[in-house]
Design a protein around this ligand. Structure first.
Ligand code: F0G
Length: 435
């Protein structure tokens, strides 16, 4: 079966050509997804081929996304693909974090090792390839920072004009700096993420600009490969849990779809359970999953969290994410600013580090093991979504005891490690360091 776009809504499931420029179903307004038939090769053959490609110097094979191209077969040819060698991110055992989270062992799939420092690169190489295939000249997104950094890089590399929209004063400086450096036309709008997304959707249609937010189904295809690569690195041993932070819920949708397809196509024999972690001040998905009526998400009008990457009150992909959490027997948890900050610093003490949104994963694991939902001996993979250098101000404020939550309450630096200022006095410094 050739690749098609399909409406995600069970009652509709309308199909459209893969080259239609669509973000929602024209019939019912539902979310769209890319659909394919089962790959021609058997799963064992593909596992072998994908492993062999790791030794190849061909650009597509060096990409941790396009290495798995039989798993995301939406292109007819690969001439328009721009790869910055995205993916290829490590799976790192983290004993200190495991102990803190109440687990015997834990590994982090660290997407912060990507070319622009977040998991967005996995999706963006696919979104940019589709933009090139469609003959688009300009691409746009609204972003809490990482999508814009990634889109700016991939669009510029592909010869497309990147235009980004960001909530004024609400993104980490490292991310804004990246967008400027990669040459994006940068619009800082005095509104929040959800309001700007509505605006950008209207502008994209009016000006014929291709939209590369995670509502774009090709981004989701690329992000699926995070699960394929993680399983490949584990020799296809399925973990009990995959834990990830939730904002706009594109990643939850991508991981769920990817894992289901890998099961359907015989790569794995069971699904891991998904645990999605939100920040307390921006937790509409948590509220939805814990409400008796799951038919409609109630947006949080003024989302608040220092983990700005997940400061989203009206996540567009919630219907897909809800389906994936339910299908995998998953859970949704929420964590406080203090819990995020402490968990993040423990990840730092493992020598790994991450940005605040990613710290929510370990905070969530700690809460879920304490509640007996994740068992101590469970096999858990947590996905760290962004690099430690994305938000250095947060880190400095935490360690120097200056970090305040959005309500102005001081966050306690339980694992603080402030720098110490000395005069140029060797004896005093030697005394401080100790013998
Ligand atoms: N972690 C990081 C570091 C992110 O940048 C994001 C999303 C998420 C987690 C949440 O992922 O939206 O798929 O649930 N950042 C988007 C952006 C919204 O604009 O960069 P999600």
């Amino acid at each position: 079966m050739p690749a098609e776009l399909a409406c995600f809504e069970e009652r509709c499931r309308a199909r459209f050509p893969i080259t239609d420029v669509l973000y929602n179903c024209p019939r019912c307004g539902g979310l769209l997804e890319a659909v394919y038939g089962k790959p021609a090769q058997a799963s064992d053959q593909l596992k072998k081929l994908w492993r062999e490609r790791r030794a190849s110097n061909a650009p597509l094979d060096q990409s941790g996304v396009w290495r798995y191209r039989e798993f995301i077969p939406f292109l007819d040819d690969y001439a328009g693909v721009v790869t910055l060698r995205e993916g290829c991110t490590p799976l790192l055992p983290a004993p200190k974090a495991a102990a803190y989270g109440g687990l015997g062992s834990l590994s982090f799939k660290h997407q912060g090792f990507n070319p622009t420092g977040s998991f967005k690169d996995n999706g963006m190489t696919c979104g940019a390839a589709q933009a090139v295939r469609l003959g688009m000249k300009r691409v746009a997104c609204v972003s809490t920072g990482n999508t814009s950094a990634s889109m700016a890089a991939y669009a510029s590399a592909a010869g497309l004009q990147p235009i980004i929209f960001i909530p004024h004063g609400n993104i980490a400086f490292g991310k804004l700096a990246q967008a400027l450096e990669y040459g994006a036309k940068t619009v800082q709008v005095e509104a929040n993420f959800d309001q700007i997304l509505a605006l950008v959707r209207r502008l994209a249609e009016r000006l014929g600009i291709y939209l590369l937010n995670s509502i774009n189904p090709f981004r989701i295809e690329g992000q699926k490969t995070i699960m394929a690569e993680m399983l490949d690195q584990r020799d296809w041993q399925v973990p009990d849990w995959v834990v990830l932070p939730g904002g706009n819920l594109g990643n939850t949708s991508a991981f769920g779809k990817g894992l289901r397809e890998l099961k359907e196509w015989g790569f794995i024999d069971r699904l891991p359970r998904l645990a999605v972690i939100q920040a307390e001040g921006a937790a509409p998905f948590y509220d939805l999953v814990h409400s008796p009526d799951r038919s409609r998400l109630h947006p949080v009008a003024h989302p608040e969290t220092l983990a700005t990457a997940i400061k989203i009150g009206d996540p567009v992909s919630w219907p897909k994410a809800l389906y994936e959490v339910c299908t995998s027997g998953g859970v949704v948890e929420k964590v406080s600013e203090q819990e995020i900050a402490d968990a993040k610093s423990i990840i730092g003490l493992c020598g790994i580090g991450c940005e605040p949104a990613s710290g929510a994963t370990l905070a969530g694991i700690r809460k879920l093991t304490r509640a007996g939902i994740i068992k101590k001996d469970s096999d858990v993979v947590a996905v760290l979504t962004g690099n430690v250098l994305k938000d250095p101000n947060y880190i400095h404020d935490y360690h120097t005891g200056r970090l305040q939550d959005p309500c102005g309450r001081r966050i306690v630096a339980n694992f603080g490690n402030p720098p110490v200022v000395f005069p140029n006095d060797g004896d005093a410094i030697a005394e401080f360091i100790g013998s």
